[in-house]
Ligand binder design. Structure first.
Ligand code: AMP
Ligand code: ZN
Length: 483
């Protein structure tokens, strides 16, 4: 079995299982609270990967689940059910919590211009698939039931397979460093984890099963849903780095124990978004909410940042590097994003020359693809795009030449990389939009006056006044202000 921790060179080394179809599974959010910017970093990184593979012509089936049940506060079968706890706190039904935060998550993903996945399955919608998988794991001898709870037998599994293959840790060290936790007297081994958990009488979300009323453990949902939609073995599985040691390690063990196949060809893990060097997380309380960032309503922020400036901020770091969240870095990204968008606008105004082009488009294109083929290196791609942006400025100023043919190709290339691959988009602020609209209205009114059509010019002035806008006419021009 071969497991790659990253995809490395996409074009040369990446061999999808069913060429040209690619199965991509990404662990989605646990929808008991708002997603923070750290979560968004992971989803934006996989959006980039999805976009680039699609751009290369692969037919990607992108599955990103919604965890809406079975996630206890601790990762190791301990603590309260996150959904039930939040439902009590907000005095709502657990499924109202799920609905509220799923809708919020979708809104945020749309603002960041991420593409929706091909399938977005929920854990609660796949209880029977999870039960079926657990039955098979028991049948194959890798799980056991104790009083309505089913545990996975890690040491038994490790005799035949390598439980720690994803992280290369030693099982002996793991055993030594593992605290005794919930259900310990029931478990055969310290590392065993729950596949199915017996519901206590007060537990709100529960389902019937061959082992009595209960609910699934967190890890089994991803094994059940990925194999249902992508097959027993698929191409890429992703998520944040924090998931590798437990959630993904257990997913491999479950799928292998059930189907006797290693489930994933390439594992891809995104690195963490940090605040002052500490991982941004819901439990640490240092999580920035996207809406706080957009509005600037946070003590650590100077002002609000637009979704595209934030997306740019994420893209200018490689997905496997940590990224620290600071005002200075965000300000630099805001400038970088605006500079890139301004170049695209300027490109439309560049006049083609009759002379040979001063810009080698073939080499530029190759460098852009080489950057993305090198493990989706978006910062290097951005550096290339800024190289093109410098050329555009020179060409606009008449200091460099580009012929008509090359100009059209450059436009196409930049649009593909900036909009389709990086997923950036034009983002006019409302003030900019208003300025442009007012410019247009004033021009139409000036033309009406020039035609001696005073009825129209007066009715424009009166209509604007009614919505609180005052026109100020002088000899040379007309300006406007809010009255
Ligand atoms: P959760 O909703 O907590 O299950 O997390 C959803 C996704 O966000 C998972 O793939 C996590 O690994 C990822 N994630 C959590 N915290 C961070 C962070 N600070 N930076 C990047 N990704 C994160
Ligand atoms: Zn998962």
């Amino acid at each position: 079995m071969v497991i790659y921790n990253t995809l490395t060179r996409v074009k040369e080394n990446f061999e999808p299982i069913n060429t040209p179809f690619v199965g991509l599974y990404v662990c989605g959010p646990t929808v008991y609270s708002d997603v923070h910017l750290g979560n968004c970093r992971t989803f934006i990184s996989f959006d980039l990967i999805y976009r680039y593979l699609s751009h290369l012509g692969f037919k990607v089936r992108y599955v990103r689940n919604i965890t809406d049940a079975g996630h206890l506060e601790g990762d190791r079968d301990e603590g309260d059910d996150k959904f039930a706890k939040k439902a009590r706190l907000e005095q709502l039904e657990p499924m109202e919590i799920v609905q509220k935060y799923t809708l919020g998550f979708h809104d945020v993903m749309r603002l960041f211009n991420t593409l929706p996945p091909s399938i977005e399955p929920t854990a609660t919608g796949h209880i029977s698939e999870q039960i079926e998988m657990i039955r098979q794991i028991i049948k194959n001898g890798y799980a056991y039931e104790v009083d309505g709870t089913v545990y996975f037998d890690v040491e038994k599994y490790n005799q035949e397979y390598n439980y720690t293959i994803l992280t290369n840790r030693q099982l002996a060290d793991l055993l030594e460093n593992t605290r005794a936790l919930g259900g310990q007297n029931e478990k055969h081994g310290r590392l065993d984890f729950a596949l199915w958990i017996k519901a206590k009488p007060e537990h709100l979300m529960h389902w019937p099963s061959p082992w009595g009323t209960g609910f699934p453990g967190w890890h089994i949902e991803c094994s059940a849903m990925s194999s249902k939609y992508l097959g027993e073995q698929f191409d890429i599985h992703g998520g944040g780095m924090d998931l590798a040691a437990t959630h993904h390690t257990n997913e491999i063990a479950q799928s292998q124990a059930c189907n006797h196949t290693s489930p994933v060809k390439y594992w891809m893990h995104t690195n963490m978004l940090t605040v002052n060097g500490t991982r941004m997380s819901k439990s640490k309380g240092n999580g920035f909410l996207p809406l706080e960032l957009f509005s600037g309503n946070h003590p650590l922020l100077n002002h609000g940042y637009s979704p595209m400036a934030v997306r740019f901020f994420m893209l200018q770091a490689h997905y496997r590097s940590t990224l620290d969240f600071t005002n200075d870095a965000l300000q630099a990204s805001e400038k970088g994003y605006r500079r890139l968008m301004a170049s695209l606008l300027l490109l439309e105004k560049v006049k083609p020359s009759d002379r040979n082009s001063d810009f080698n488009l073939d080499e530029f294109s190759q460098r852009c693809y080489a950057a993305m083929n090198d493990d989706f290196n978006s910062p290097v791609l951005l550096a290339e795009l800024f190289e093109a942006s410098r050329f555009i400025n020179s060409a606009y100023d008449g200091k460099a030449d580009i012929n008509l043919h090359d100009l059209e190709i450059l436009k196409k290339l930049l649009h593909s990389f900036v909009f389709d691959v990086l997923g950036l988009k034009e983002e006019n602020s409302q003030t900019e939009d208003t300025e442009k609209l007012m410019e247009l209205i004033i021009r139409l009114r000036t033309e009406a006056k020039a035609d001696k059509n005073y009825a129209t010019s007066d009715s424009i002035r009166i209509a604007l006044k009614e919505i609180g806008i005052q026109l100020n006419d002088s000899k040379e021009n007309t300006s406007w202000s809010k009255s």
